[in-house]
Design a protein around this ligand. Structure first.
Ligand code: CU
Length: 176
């Protein structure tokens, strides 16, 4: 009895965690440990090129707001380092920006001279090569090939059964 409850408890945790984890994107800190800065001549182009950004990812700019800011701009302004008419401006020093559309997202620091010295960022979200059924489709679990394309992975089936499973678990706990 005890073993069974333990096993069910573990499974429940897995299912619940999976539930919450479904549509979460990756979180990327711009410039990694260096953050968003002009110090050290960070190559933000290189930083960006080493990542594969996807819809739902979150880009975090960490910087001292006394010295820097974040402005999202269009391509021409990114190229020209023109921050006079940004799409949006962020100034907290710890700005999380969710990337929810495909294509390029251009950011510059609006402090004079900073963009020119390299504080500019291009986040490109490529369209996925294989067609996805919907915007928020959960990723399939790794390394478990399903027998047929239509068969849902075990955890997805469990998720659908979760309400029943919770009731069952409650009964087991009450009458154990
Ligand atoms: Cu700056």
């Amino acid at each position: 009895m005890r073993m069974r409850m333990a096993a069910e408890g573990v499974c429940l945790i897995v299912v619940v965690l999976g539930w919450f984890g479904v549509s979460k994107g990756e979180v990327y800190k711009v410039g990694d440990s260096a953050g968003w800065t002009t110090i050290g001549n960070i190559d933000y182009k290189l930083w960006s090129a080493t990542k594969t950004f996807q819809l739902g990812d979150v880009i975090v700019f960490e910087y001292n707001p006394q010295f820097h800011n974040v402005m999202q701009v269009v391509h021409s302004e990114y190229k020209a380092c023109n921050a006079s008419s940004p799409i949006s401006t962020h100034t907290t020093g710890n700005d999380s920006i969710a990337i929810n559309t495909h294509g390029h997202h251009f950011f510059v620091c609006g402090v004079p001279g900073h963009c020119q010295s390299g504080q500019k960022l291009d986040i490109n979200v490529l369209r996925s090569p294989s067609p996805t059924p919907s915007f928020s489709a959960p990723l399939p679990p790794p390394a478990v090939p399903s027998p047929s394309p239509s068969a849902a992975p075990p955890c997805l089936q469990l998720r659908r059964l979760l309400p029943n499973f919770l009731l069952f678990y409650l009964l087991i706990t009450l009458f154990a």
